[in-house]
Design a protein around this ligand. Sequence first.
Ligand code: FAD
Length: 474
Amino acid sequence: MSLVTTHHPYGVLNLAQATARRAFSPRYFSSSAPRSKPRAVILGSGWGGYNVLRGINKQEYNVTVISPNTYFNFTPLLASTAVGTLEFRCAVEPVRRYTPEATFYQAWCDEIDFMTKQLKCTPASRPSESEPTGDSDTLVKVAEPFTIPFDKLIIAVGAYSQTFNIPGVKEHAHFLKDVKDARKIRSRIFECFEQASQPLLSDIERRNLLNFCIVGGGPTGIEFSAELHDLIHSDIVRHYPSLARLCKITVYDVAPHILGSFDQSLRSYTEKTLSREGIRILTNHHVERVEKGKMIVKEVGEVPFGILVWSTGLSPNPVVAGTSAVTKHEKTGSIITDEHLNVIMTDGKPNPDVWAIGDAAVIPDQPLPATAQVAAQKAQYMVKKLNKIAKDKPYPRQFSFHNKGSLAYIGNWKAIYDRTPGEAETFMSKETGRVAWLLWRSAYFTMTLSLRNKILIPTCWFLNWIFGRDITRF
Ligand code: FAD
């Protein structure tokens, strides 16, 4: 065996194996599933992809899902899990629930070949360095790129967090897109409190550690700051009484208002409510640079922080950004589809076998927000369409969005609800406070997909109400 080794992102291979690996082109993957049924491949297991997987007729299609995540993220509950209001498992559903009826590969799709109808993928189920498989041949195979053919393709890869290329954001800020992010945030929050409890720290050092900064005043940033406020005012005050008074929560945004997609009256209500609760809202503020433990804000200079949560919108998924065969939206970089959700190719024609949904796609004549509601409705439309197509029946209907309203939790058992954008003001089209909070909780409880989580979520809410949040740090 050669003693010369090379560091591989997925472990350590010996040189001969590494050279052999590079020499191979990606493996062509032939599924063992019978070829008679059309092969429908779903890219992504989020709001779009997972909902297509749930509804697609698996008797009519050989369904394959490709996603780096083995689970679906129930994103509206991520902020609650990040502070311990809910357990992490409340915000996920396993993709494997639908196997073996469907095939699942934990992998990234790196490239879509629209001409040959093939997808180039890289496994995401690589062994971690701490748990090598032992057998280096296996190590090569589990990391080997492969190719998957498709007859029908549903692109639902979502989008990435936008950083505007501000230096240091990727390295030093936390994002909140996935349950793994929520876990990291929760761990860091409690680490800040434990570090601030150490005996040798000055008051200033403690204040710096307990300075919680949120950049981005959209629904995610506001909901996270509200959940953090609840944590501090109901649990931290009990367990770290001397530190609670040193905590500061600040939301920074470049725009003149927070929650830009909500009605003006709801924005003002939220700004007033948050300020009254002690959350500072600094609009018209520009973050110029982020460094370890501090950021530089144009208007105020250096701001030390214990944790910085960054939520300033979306940027295109790399697989979308790297595709030159399709037309893309000038501003957002998302894939342009027609009203039937078919992807528009660069020749201006819709691709009859490829659809794009969710945050990765946009219909120019129906500019809709990047929300779970839109992604889920597009997925439902796709399910109906694909199931008709499988039976050779036409599905001429165009996609149309039914606005069920937007909700945002703003802390202390209060929320806001808005159904007005694009619609006339009617009874209960705008709500604030406890009524909106009840709507918020009942909406997300209703939208929860599995029976397990329908039981688990209210149980967690009830237990936290009685015993407080889980403040253990792992
Ligand atoms: P996603 O749900 O992001 O799923 C994308 C999937 O693609 C993921 O499984 C990902 O792993 C996979 N993927 C990525 N790259 C690849 C690749 N190369 N190959 C294969 N798979 C890939 N919306 C609301 O309507 N209401 C809310 O209350 C709300 N709250 C939110 C809270 C948070 C914290 C966040 C982050 C978002 C929230 N949203 C909310 C927005 C909503 O979650 C998104 O609009 C929605 O997730 C978009 O669905 P999607 O399927 O397009 O993408």
